[in-house]
Design a protein around this ligand. Sequence first.
Ligand code: ADP
Ligand code: MG
Length: 250
Amino acid sequence: MASENKERYVKNKIKIPDRKTYQEVFDHSTLMVLYELMSDGFVDTLEHPISTGKEAKVFKGLQIDGTPVALKVMRINTAVFKKYREYIQGDPRFKTFGSGRKLIFTWTKKEFSNLKRMHKGGIRVPEPITFFKNVLVMEYLEYEGYPAPMLKDIPYDDESLKIIFDDIISDYRTLYQSLNLVHGDLSEYNILIKDDYPYFIDVSQSVTVSHPKSENFLRRDISNIINYFSDHGVETEKEKIINEIKGEND
Ligand SMILES: Nc1ncnc2c1ncn2[C@@H]1O[C@H](COP(=O)(O)OP(=O)(O)O)[C@@H](O)[C@H]1O
Ligand SMILES: [Mg+2]
């Protein structure tokens, strides 16, 4: 698209009052990324924010046919650069990762690649749509007109929780054994519940099993999950679950 046309297109899309709000929320370069995603047809309008975290903001957007999407906008926040490096280093998929803004772009790309690998491998995750610079566009997980709730917020009974727990472990087993990945930040906050099924989200820090810290990450993930479920009456045994995930009981 010629840049002149693009500008007109973008101006038509973002009306002046909205534009002002966006400018308060996004830095200039993120705005340009959003414009690009809009003019390439991945997103038509931005709706409301779903979540504002330290590292990312997540918005609901709509495609031109009304399909909702989730946009995860990574913040350019130097405080987290060290952490990002730790998770990228040792991952054979990312030989170079840059510094400053480039590091955030690599981080975004990493979340996209992880989502893609998981989605293709049959794990329940939001389907990735595209990414550009520091913005990731993915399937919007919805439940009855609202963003799908986090595991920590669902009303529960012992029986349904046990089923959800088993689904989580079964997906983790596939993640580990077929895809050679560990999630790295799994907890009741990073699992959304949609139609009674758990979906893993927030996979930017997922690393390959060959990463020097993957065993620690796996153990931390499973401890978080087990703590949550045992607090809610689901009996579990950590070592048994870890062996099951690794296939050491087979
Ligand atoms: N695809 C999605 N569909 C619906 N809600 C989402 C989606 N992705 C993220 N969210 C919401 O945004 C929150 C933050 O997303 P997350 O990826 O966990 O980022 P953060 O790094 O801020 O924790 C989630 O807890 C969830 O409520
Ligand atoms: Mg999260």
